[in-house]
Design a protein around this ligand. Structure first.
Ligand code: NDP
Ligand code: PYC
Length: 352
């Protein structure tokens, strides 16, 4: 039997909505979560695609996530827009606040979009890429649970703390990168454990502070930052800007709050939105063209831009459907049945 199944975007979206609403999430909330999960699967970001739906269902089952969350938009300052997520998932709060944050960026040139009190499980590129498609540059940061040791240490302090950045390009996909400040996302280590595969060296320590390539040991021990002290400092920056600066939890506090339940981390997120039209006025076109010189110099030597793989994967998925790990898919189908999600499940139950 093939190790993967192929599903269409509609089938994946339907599967997500049934799991999420079956687990008790309100419709708009579920739609916001489903959209980022399907986008992740479509772009072959497997650690944050349909696999994440299993974690969302687990987080919902803990009773911690507010299934009836009503995000509250707070116009905090001319250039600061806050959304209190009301302990729902971050994607819902993002949707509720983003248009007002964009308006602020348009009028002020730079806006900070703050999300507080959210459960966060998603990749960040789905939040910044659409902004760059609309002509903005954007930077997103969020902590998670303390799983990652500082450079030179052996005990978890930081979250996997992703940083995502997007830049608008004329007649081209935006330039976007999005990665954890740990050497890899925790989701990747979990996928290795599920597949019974060893890690590459350099990603994690076991509980005794010794290097390990065993994913189960890595999950029990401490992950490592990327680039040694450099990743460690960047991770500290993420904790500070998307923690104390926005009156929300650092990863140590999110983990303590979780208290062993293994729910999705609960904390805040900071998204900075820059409007180059305000920064540059009439010099906009000239400077966007100068940015292209930079991209040309990268691509021109056969190096690739971040997201180039993702955009190609997106095209493939749109044409040929999305490839999903069979074990993940079967677990989700079983979940739909357990949750008694109402409509029949045949659209997603396709034979090998
Ligand atoms: P990777 O280490 O795989 O890095 C991903 C980024 O690097 C992508 O932008 C990718 O582009 C780019 N990239 C990879 N290889 C190359 C290359 N050879 N040349 C140029 N660019 C390259 O990702 P991580 O494991 O660190 O993170 C994966 C995801 O996990 C992210 O989306 C992140 O947001 C998410 N995450 C979320 C967390 C949360 O708390 N919500 C916590 C931690 C991670 P491409 O996609 O095109 O390959
Ligand atoms: O993969 O590290 C990760 C992660 C943490 C929270 C969401 N994803």
């Amino acid at each position: 039997m093939a190790e993967t199944v192929t599903v269409t975007l509609d089938e994946a979206s339907d599967l997500c909505l049934r799991v999420l609403t079956g687990a008790g999430l309100g419709r708009r909330h579920a739609e916001a979560v489903a959209a980022v999960i399907v986008a992740g699967q479509r772009d072959e970001c497997h650690s944050h695609g349909l696999y994440r739906l299993i974690g969302c269902a687990r987080a919902l089952a803990t009773g911690r996530v507010n299934k009836a969350a009503m995000p509250k938009v707070i116009d905090s300052a001319p250039s600061i827009l806050k959304v209190d997520a009301d302990f729902g998932f971050s994607s819902y709060a993002y949707n509720e606040g983003i248009e007002l944050a964009v308006e602020k960026a348009r009028s002020q040139g730079l806006a900070a979009f703050v999300i507080n009190n959210c459960y966060h499980f998603s990749a960040l590129w789905p939040e910044v890429e659409p902004l760059a498609e609309r002509g903005f540059a954007a930077l997103a940061l969020t902590p998670s649970h303390s799983w990652v040791a500082p450079a030179g240490g052996t005990k978890p302090v930081f979250g996997t703390n992703p940083i995502a950045f997007a830049w608008p390009r004329v007649d081209n996909h935006p330039f976007v990168f999005d990665f954890a400040t740990s050497a890899t996302a925790r989701g990747e280590i979990e996928l290795h454990r599920r597949a019974g595969k060893s890690l590459v060296p350099g990603l994690a320590l076991d509980r005794n502070g010794q290097p390990t390539v065993d994913p189960a040991e890595a999950l029990r021990g401490a992950m490592l930052t990327f680039g040694g002290h450099k990743g460690s400092a960047l991770s500290t920056m993420v904790e500070l800007l998307a923690g104390p600066l926005i009156n929300d939890l650092i990863s140590l506090e999110s983990k303590a709050l979780d208290d062993g339940l293994d729910a999705t981390p609960c904390h805040g997120e900071l998204i900075l939105i820059f409007d180059p039209r305000v920064f540059l006025g009439e010099a906009l076109g000239k400077n966007l063209a100068r940015a292209e010189l930079l991209f040309d110099a990268i691509i021109g030597q056969d190096a690739r831009l971040p997201s180039q793989r993702r955009y190609q994967a997106r095209l493939n998925s749109l044409h040929a459907g999305m490839s999903v790990q069979r074990s993940v898919y079967e677990e989700l189908i079983a979940l739909v049945k357990t949750l008694g999600a109402s409509r029949n499940v045949c659209a997603c139950e396709r034979p090998a």
